[in-house]
Design a protein around this ligand. Structure first.
Ligand code: AMP
Ligand code: ZN
Length: 460
């Protein structure tokens, strides 16, 4: 079966044909590093990790390049640095914030079972590429300098008679409607209200670099140009897949396409544009004010990362997710069971019943349903399929041990109580035996008697 992917630009599922099967190239917009990432941010990380793993499975590990950037220049970073390190020079404070946040992000996504991308470029290390793209855009008549800013003109792009795509094609908007609907109190340095910033002046003390387009004052890049520059540097002018959350389609990705295609006279930037749907928490939009804002870091204190991963993949990546406690509990039970039966089994080949739905635009809910089927029919295939999806990174004993640690259950104490209970049952003291069972239940331990003896597990 061939891989089919839904492309936001053509609005259909298309067979995936790589530009070069020896080097399949994917770019995904990464985090802006100023604070802990929230559980919504984990969605593109997990979804595109599954795609990365699937592409490696299909084309070979050495034949896939996955680039996910780190945005380390941004107003939110500057604000955070000034707030958290008021005694330090701003640039030093910014370095502290981005280093700390970058490390937290890595710790979080490692725990989610996400492979590290092939390259994780930082925006501040690609200012030269950004300047070069901006110079090309100015030379081509798509951008202009005004009051120490450089602006991109979508209207110039759509007036150009060439191979270029239409500005607005990706987000399915018409530039005329954008012009009509734009705010009137437009920034004075913009010729048209639809123009967007490629470069802007830095305020005193802020990070700054020599400017392009003959501007004397130092400045800093806009957000959209960063991704055009990093994708170009690491994947070339034209590559296979570009991903991110659905909120990035406009303006971020629309503007990336515009910049890259105009700078390099290309019809396309990426052949497939993929976007994950949004995540909400307990049926509400996540927001700091409504108190349902959860970070990955907070969730990892209560749940193993693989539980969060499974919980995310139970919903198809393009559908919205409602993230609930109830669903998390079910995901935890499922994984406990899979660990018990499959973690210590030599993995077989991933099953066709799991891979085929993945080939159909990453249909993970169907793949997970197939895993449930394999549990009773083919445990080695279950183990191999789970590993393909990024599960079973631990042994069954490690998994159980971590659960006990997380719940504060002392295994030795449980075993001691169980042998007391066995002794009580032996002398037919069922009152005492029940008392011990209730005591264990209060500790979060459930027991099960069978003809082979008593087993126990930690309930959450
Ligand atoms: P940001 O740091 O806000 O640029 O977001 C990083 C990534 O997370 C982007 O791909 C966003 O589209 C994605 N993202 C942010 N919030 C959510 C959410 N609630 N649900 C799904 N994806 C999200
Ligand atoms: Zn981006």
């Amino acid at each position: 079966m061939e891989l089919r992917l839904y492309d936001t630009l053509s609005r259909e599922k298309r067979t995936f044909v790589p530009l070069d099967p020896n080097n399949v190239r994917m770019y995904v917009c990464g985090p802006t590093v100023y604070d802990f990432a929230h559980i919504g941010n984990a969605r593109p990380v997990i979804v595109f990790d599954v795609l990365f793993r699937l592409l490696r499975h299909l084309f070979g590990e050495a034949h896939v390049t996955y680039v996910r950037n780190i945005t380390d220049v941004d107003d939110k970073i500057n604000d955070r640095a000034a707030r958290d390190f008021p005694g330090l020079p701003l640039n030093e404070a910014i370095r502290k914030v981005t280093e700390q946040t970058g490390q937290q992000f890595h710790a979080d996504v490692d725990a989610l079972g996400a492979l590290r991308p092939s390259v994780e470029p930082r925006a501040t290390e690609h200012i030269g590429e950004m300047r070069e793209i901006i110079e090309r855009l100015v030379k081509g008549g798509f951008a202009y300098a005004a009051e120490d800013h450089v602006l991109f003109s979508p209207q110039a792009m759509n007036a150009a008679n060439s191979v270029l795509p239409r500005y607005g094609a990706l987000s399915n908007r018409s530039l005329d409607e954008m012009i009509a609907g734009a705010r009137v109190d437009v920034a004075p340095y913009k010729k048209d209200n639809t123009d967007f910033v490629l470069w802007k002046p830095s305020k005193p003390g802020e990070p700054s670099w020599p400017s392009p387009a003959g501007i004397k004052a130092e400045g800093r890049p806009g957000w959209h140009i960063e991704c055009s520059a990093m994708a170009w540097k690491h994947l070339g002018e034209h590559f296979d897949i570009h991903g991110g959350g659905i909120d990035l389609v406009f303006p971020h990705h629309e503007n990336e396409v515009a910049q890259t295609c105009c700078a390099f006279h290309r019809e396309r930037m990426a052949n497939y544009w993929m976007h994950n749907g949004f995540l909400q928490v307990e049926s509400e939009k996540m927001s700091k004010s409504s108190g349902n804002f959860i970070t990955i870091h907070q969730l990892l204190a209560d749940w193993p990362g693989e539980v969060l991963r499974l919980n995310m993949l139970k919903t198809h990546y393009r559908s919205p997710i409602d993230w609930t406690m109830k669903s998390l509990e079910e995901s935890a039970k499922t994984l406990d069971d899979w660990y018990r039966v499959a973690a210590d089994v030599a993995p077989g080949k991933p099953a066709g019943s799991v891979v085929d739905p993945l080939l159909d635009d990453l249909n993970t809910p169907l793949a997970i349903a197939a895993l449930h089927g394999l549990r009773s029919s083919d445990v080695p295939a279950l183990a191999g399929s789970l590993r393909l999806l990024g599960f079973l990174s631990e042994s069954a004993a490690q998994w159980e041990g971590r659960k006990q640690q997380a719940s504060g259950v002392d295994a030795k104490e449980v075993e001691r109580l169980l042998s007391e209970r066995t002794a009580a049952r032996g002398r037919k003291d069922f009152g005492e035996s029940d008392r011990i069972r209730d005591l264990l239940a209060a500790m979060g331990v459930a027991i099960k008697d069978s003809k082979d003896g008593t087993t126990w597990e930690v309930t959450r």
